[in-house]
Design a protein around this ligand. Sequence first.
Ligand code: DLL
Length: 435
Amino acid sequence: MIYDERAEKMSRAEIAELQLAKLKKIVAYAYENVPMYKKRFDEIGLKPDQIRTLKDIENIPYTTKDDLRNNYPYGLFAVPMNQIVRVHASSGTTGKPIVGGYTKYDLENWATCIARILAAGRATPDDIIQVSFGYGLFTGGFGLHYGIEKLGATVVPMSSGNTERQLMIMKDFGVTGLVATPSYAIYLAETAKKLGILDQLKVKNCFIGAEASTKEMHEALQRLWGALPTENYGLTEVGGPGVSGECEYKCGMHINEDFFYPEIVNVDQNKVLGEGEYGEMLITTLDKQGMPILRYRTKDITALDYSPCKCGRTTARMARIIGRTDDMMVIRGVNVFPSQIESVILGIPELGTNYEIVVERDANFMDTIEVHVEVGDSSLLTNYANLENLVARTKAKLRTVVQLDVKVKLVEPFGIKRGEGKVKRVIDKRKVYDK
Ligand code: DLL
């Protein structure tokens, strides 16, 4: 089902026309109402009325995470606080959180964007959808919540944590859709399997997001749940989830292009890249009152596809995020993304889906990388010959994909700690030396 036929099936020319009109408006709005933008524009002598084509956006300076930190908490809001009805913030591993503010108008649009994404992932008003994202400052819980209501489905606002209780509610309430991070969706299914109740659950669709996943992770989810996993994407800085989401054909995440203008850039060369080329994504919010953001550097690496989709939507699609410019590990000069390692692990049937990557620097200042991964079945760990063989095969595959020797340690099922929010796969112990 297409939630918003009018908006999601415009011709490409109509989309471009609408985007240009909205871009002109938001640039003038940011200039007039957010001192940081006025200063930025004035410094380079750029006037909002010089934005006459979509390509002119390239003259606008980037906005970065530091800009948000420097204006913490409310410095980038474009309206007085009596018009802001909600704030959210990202957890962030270091420093102060990133804050976003919403007017009533923004909340309506946010719910619309989420309703579109849920419908693209096959949700209908008949569904009962459990939200296992945390409710709180994190945008995931409340963001999905109001989109589910807007779609007209039933929301079960479970929040995160207490896995066995999650499963009990899912079973008793007849839950048909699950909203969670991919790692938690897997954990829920594995626990249900362990408890012997997986086949009593009726989940048909999993709406996953908030952290990176791979094709192999989607396949594992599909296998375990017997449900369609569709992925969605967003970030606090531009309003949270709702930027884009996959449809049932799973050939990229459809971007809500009437609200978000995406660009892919090579930041080092300050160059905007073409369709299909991978680079860092910039996002401009086209219709935000509370906190308009121009050309935000997401650090997420993806590519755009403007070709028509089988589902009938005409909106551009972004590829699954292959990594972040800052989760790229450089190990002995080789660039390694956690997603490469995940593809290998999930492609080996005897291995489980939970893993961690430990990077260290040895006494000779050589970097080493070791993967700890759970086996699918603990009996594997008692047969030495099989175990050796499995380790050797995993290492060989990792070597081919990552171009490095990666140490492999196999552990029993559920042997690696799991979280309920975003998973942390990489433990980089080198940072201690670098300080
Ligand atoms: O994670 C918003 C969100 C909530 C998206 C729920 C989808 C579902 P932040 O906490 O600000 O916001 O984190 C944003 O998470 O820049 C990406 O690096 C990562 N991320 C989010 N969705 C995906 C995804 C929310 N589908 C950061 N694939 C982003 C890969 C994702 N990474």
